[in-house]
Write a new protein. Structure first.
Length: 306
């Protein structure tokens, strides 16, 4: 992409409008927006984080041929910190697998690089939930993005690919949710994540950029609509990540060293690595500030009292 790192720095400054003073660091990214006083009685619960690379806090490393690594500053880590502020101690168990799709979650014949058959991420999650059936807990489901990702990594995207991704998610996500819920105890809360659109960063990629960004936004909105329908039908709370990323806000904002761009484009560049040049980008994973926003979206989907 033609977008330079100094432009991203300017957009990160713009992120202060959205983050209300958060620092873009793993240690501080959750300390300012969730300052609710601790509850009168402390609560302990397990937190099972199911998903793909973003569930593990992946961010680019800048190392050629190894440009991605798990971090301890992802949204799950941020959520643990946030909930501790209000007296809820979460014991985090992250079992996600980079590249996981809804199809691979259900496959019993094709092994992934994280689990050796007959073990799969879904089976591991069921084991954990069955073992902790008597305990209070939280499960976040972060699946579906990789089904669409293969369609949007290269523009122009195939409408057939997009339609296929939507069909897979509509068919397989309900099965995954039901399998997880059937293994869980009655005191386990479920939150399903919707997705921001990092590919809005295509807007800055030359004359065809705005049209490309509009296409990805339509595709991601359709994906989120399918996922929201599934979660609602299965009685699962929804983390409205797109709302906090201003994904559907097209109001124009002026950004130093960049120009006037839609607010959703500015947010996509400020909260993900997509607008960075090689070796750190373009990369669709959130940065620390982005992960903090995802944690906030999950927290917003949780009840005031456990």
């Amino acid at each position: 992409m033609k977008y330079v790192v100094r432009a991203v720095v300017a957009l990160v400054v713009l992120a202060g409008v959205y983050l209300a003073g958060r620092q873009n660091s793993g240690a501080d990214s959750t300390t300012t927006s969730s300052t609710t006083a601790p509850s009168a009685s402390s609560v302990s619960a397990f937190y099972l984080d199911v998903g793909a690379s973003a569930s593990l806090g992946f961010q680019p490393t800048g190392v050629p041929r190894h440009n991605g690594a798990r971090t301890n500053t992802g949204y799950a880590n941020d959520l643990v910190f946030r909930e501790a502020l209000r007296g809820v101690t979460l014991a985090l168990d992250q079992i996600g697998c980079p590249g996981e799709t809804v199809e691979s979650m259900l496959s019993t014949t094709t092994a992934d690089h994280c689990y050796q058959l007959p073990m799969t991420q879904l089976r591991r999650a069921q084991q954990i939930l069955q073992a902790d059936k008597a305990q209070a807990g939280l499960v976040t489901i972060d699946l579906g993005f990789n089904d669409m990702r293969v369609c949007l990594d290269h523009i122009p995207a195939s409408p057939t690919c997009v339609a296929g991704a939507l069909a897979h998610v509509a068919a397989d996500l309900p099965v995954i949710v039901r399998d997880l819920k059937s293994a869980a105890g009655r005191n386990v809360r479920f939150v399903g994540l919707l997705y921001n659109d990092p590919y809005l960063g295509y807007f800055l990629d030359g004359p065809g950029g705005p049209a490309a960004a509009a296409y990805t936004l339509d595709a991601m909105n359709r994906l989120n609509a399918v996922m929201a329908h599934v979660y609602d039908a299965e009685g699962v709370a929804v983390a409205n990540v797109p709302a906090l990323f201003s994904t559907d806000v097209s109001t124009r904002v002026a950004v130093d060293n960049v120009g006037v761009v839609p607010e959703n484009v500015a947010a996509a560049c400020a909260y993900t690595w997509f607008c960075y040049k090689t070796p750190f980008g373009p990369d669709d994973h959130p940065n620390d500030a982005g992960y903090s926003l995802i944690a906030e979206a999950i927290a917003n989907a949780l009840p005031a009292l456990w």
